[in-house]
Ligand binder design. Structure first.
Ligand code: ADP
Ligand code: MG
Length: 342
């Protein structure tokens, strides 16, 4: 018997916003559904409400542009025209270039051309299911980021290929919105797009934003707390979107080498860095890479910090987070990871 549970944990990172400030600045908050997730935004200061209204409009239009399932999106156009060049907006080119860099650095653990596999598994549909090994084998022939060509503002996939920006688009949106809000003079805001949190400035009272890390083994609880200002924190976890078939759980982050949900031994990866788009791509990439290669990636390239939670109950925290992250509870044994080796 097949039992399907398709569960969307909208917020992998819960926002803890303390409202203890005396001289209260104008406060605005909004919550919408876009990019296949619940998005909440809070902003402070003059013009905060108008700025969030614009942010919401921008999110709906990014959704129309970037969705892999909306017929008229630029991504659908690229996919439908596989084999030919398609001219697209700068926004798509910027994300593809960032995605390709993470693909190269991760040796293909991150790959925007996983869409044939995503469709086969039915993630994002009413009826996700485990495909047969032959069809997975067939789809894998079309998964290879090296066959994506970019020339100026045009993109060409080789025939049979299709792409999804699912692992990077929310981060891109968060980064864009934070720039837009700052350009409108907003210096204190917090955005939460599913598992992507973007902190703009600090809280109105000057203290840092507090962002909770969801416990992957008990998603109603928290495993830690970040204190951040002007920073993105993005989590990828196997507990966020999954279905169950014949008593087994299948989550939505796929290993482009095998065609099956990644079983790297990591159950949650959080990336903290200034750039939300990079953080989003890296959270997915490091999740697929697994503990050893994820740590190696951090040591080789840097520019971000990470919290990796392993299936066997360890929480690996990169040393740059010593002051801004603390563990909550004792579900995991905490180990700091150093730049210089173990
Ligand atoms: P979420 O979108 O739930 O926050 P991620 O950022 O990790 O989680 O992105 C997962 C989405 O990215 C999947 O739903 C799928 O569309 C796509 N995806 C799955 N596996 C990969 C992969 N190995 N590389 C790039 N994109 C992937
Ligand atoms: Mg991601």
């Amino acid at each position: 018997m097949k039992r399907c549970v398709f569960l969307v944990q909208a917020a992998a990172l819960l926002l803890l916003v303390l409202s203890a400030c005396s001289a209260k600045p104008e406060k605005a908050g909004t919550s919408i559904f876009a990019m296949d997730t619940i998005i909440t935004m809070e902003a402070y200061g003059e013009g905060a409400q108008e700025a969030l209204d614009e942010a919401a409009r921008r999110l709906y239009s990014l959704d129309d542009l970037l969705s892999a399932t909306k017929e008229d999106s630029e991504i659908s156009k690229i996919n439908k025209s596989a084999g030919s060049f398609v001219t697209v907006s700068d926004e798509v080119i910027r994300q593809l270039e960032a995605a390709l860099e993470v693909s190269r650095r991760s040796g293909g653990a991150f790959d925007v051309s996983v869409q044939p596999l995503v469709s086969l598994w039915g993630f994002g549909t009413e009826n996700p299911h485990v495909p047969g090994p032959e069809v997975i084998e067939e789809a894998l022939r079309y998964v290879d980021y090296r066959k994506i060509e970019i020339s100026g503002s045009s993109v060409r996939l080789s025939e049979g290929m299709s792409i999804t920006l699912g692992a990077i688009a929310k981060g891109y949106a968060a980064k864009e919105l934070s720039e837009m809000l700052k350009s409108r003079g907003i210096s204190s805001a917090i955005l939460s797009l599913g598992g992507n949190v973007q902190a703009i400035g600090s809280k109105p009272d000057g203290s840092k934003w507090r962002v909770a890390l969801q416990d992957p083994k008990n998603p109603a609880g928290t495993a830690g707390l970040f204190e951040l200002s002007d920073m993105a924190a993005v989590t990828s976890g196997g507990y966020e979107r999954y279905f169950e078939q014949d008593g087994k759980i299948y989550h939505h982050i796929l290993d482009p080498k095998t065609g099956y949900p990644s079983g790297s031994g990591l159950i949650s990866v959080t990336i903290v860095c200034r750039d939300g788009m990079t953080a989003d791509a890296l959270s997915t990439a490091l999740f697929v890479l697994g503990e050893d290669k994820a740590v190696e990636y951090w040591r080789d390239y840097g520019g971000f910090e990470a919290v990796l939670i392993t299936e066997d109950g360890r929480m690996l925290v990169t040393e740059g987070l010593r002051d801004s992250f603390r563990q909550n509870g004792e579900n995991y044994s905490l180990v700091y990871v150093q730049k210089g080796g173990d």
